[in-house]
Structures are given as C-alpha cells and as structure tokens.
Design a binder for this molecule. Structure first.
Ligand SMILES: *[C@@H]1O[C@H](CO)[C@@H](O)[C@H](O)[C@H]1NC(C)=O
Ligand SMILES: [Ca+2]
Ligand SMILES: [Ca+2]
Length: 209
C-alpha cells in the first residue's frame, strides 16, 4: 500500500503528460516489455514514472544535482545534500555518474515492490558506502548524520547531538554478530530477517523516495 501511495505522490508531483514522447524513448516495444519483465511495475506505472523522470531530467539521465534538487523539495527544513549523494551512488549501479531511466526504475522496483531480501540487499549496498562488501562504523556514522541532517532541527527540535552516534552503536550491537567491527551482508540479512522492527527503526525506506 505504501508503494501505491508513493507512486501516486510521484504522479501528483509530475504533471507533464506526453504519451508520444514516452513511446519515442521506449521506441522498441521490446524496451518497455523488457522493463515490465524486469520490474514489478505495470505499463501504466512505467509511463507515470517516465513522465516524472523526463520532467526532472529532459536529457534522459539523472545526475547527482537532480537528486539533491528533488530531495531539497521534500525536506526543505533540512540539509539533504549528503543523503542525496549516498542515494545517488546506490542508484548509479554502473558508476557512470548518471542514472538512466532503466537504472532508476530497476532500483525503484526493488524499493517499492521487491521481496524483503531484495530490499535488504539494496539497503546494505546503500549503507556500504565504498561498496567493498562490509559496513564499517564510519560508514554508518556518515549515513546517520546524513539522515539526521536531512530531517532538520525543526523536525526534531529536542534531539540530542549524540543521537546519530547512539543509533550507530545500537546498529552494531545488533548486527555485528561476530564482533569483528564490521557488518557483512550475511550478518545484516540474518539480523533483519529475525527482527522486523529494525527496518522501521532504521528509517530504511521511508526516506528513500
Ligand atoms: C518482484 O516481486 C517479487 C515478489 O515479491 C520479487 O521476488 C522480485 O524480486 C521483484 N522484482 C523486482 C525487480 O522488484
Ligand atoms: Ca564498506
Ligand atoms: Ca561482523
């Protein structure tokens, strides 16, 4: 249901509506069919998403600046630049410095419609800032600061300065099962799958789109 609402809110944000243009880019019907097969979006949803994408980004690929602009509209009271940067790097799966519509909907499908394991793998990759396969305290600290910065001090006026660090410590207490100082994907999946509340308490997907 959350996914539906998110697609709906994307739909409301983007009013540009041009079926012909969509067909032009997905000129080969196979392109669209392939995307329908690779994602859990319907043709209609892909059209809505495409219009939004094209509206933000007429060149057909999103750069980091676009992510920052979009996020600053959603969180006007906070500083979104760091979180948008990390998010961009997670979407930019080919490390090309830009996110194509295809990259974009593949990630979005996982976030909104993927299985729990798909989502956890995606989140792990987001938190693993240098993409070396483990999450360090430094990486989690950077992520937490970026989320707290984005929320802004007006949203949480009585938040203590130590709150992000407390969050990191709790994360490692739960996740770093062998206490070697890093969290691997196996530790992450095992812990998250046993404790559904972790997902919510980590703000995992609420902030993503
Ligand atoms: C689509 O949904 C199924 C069932 O939840 C899931 O297994 C699959 O990985 C999803 N695919 C994508 C790309 O989201
Ligand atoms: Ca890492
Ligand atoms: Ca470990």
């Amino acid at each position: 249901a959350g996914g539906q609402a998110q697609v709906q809110s994307l739909r409301e944000r983007y009013s540009v509506c041009d079926e012909a243009e969509f067909s032009a880019v997905c000129h080969r019907p196979k392109g669209l069919e392939r995307l329908m097969g690779q994602t859990n979006f319907s043709k209609k949803e892909l059209q809505i998403l495409y219009r939004g994408f094209k509206n933000e980004c007429p060149s057909g690929a999103v750069n980091e600046e676009t992510f920052k602009n979009i996020y600053s509209q959603f969180f006007p009271q906070g500083d979104t630049s760091m979180y948008a940067h990390f998010l961009f790097e997670a979407f930019d799966t080919h490390k090309s410095g830009s996110v194509s519509f295809e990259d974009f909907v593949l990630s979005l499908s996982i976030i909104l419609r993927g299985s729990v394991t798909d989502k956890l793998n995606w989140a792990f990759n987001l938190y693993d800032l240098n993409k070396d396969g483990c999450i360090t305290r430094e990486e989690m600290t950077d992520i937490m600061h970026s989320i707290y910065d984005m929320m802004g001090k007006y949203t949480y006026p009585c938040m203590r300065d130590s709150a992000p660090q407390d969050h990191v410590e709790r994360f490692f207490q739960k996740m770093d099962r062998n206490k070697d100082g890093v969290v691997t994907i196996d530790e992450f999946l095992e812990t998250c799958q046993k404790d559904e509340n972790i997902m919510q308490s980590m703000h995992m997907f609420d902030n993503v789109i």
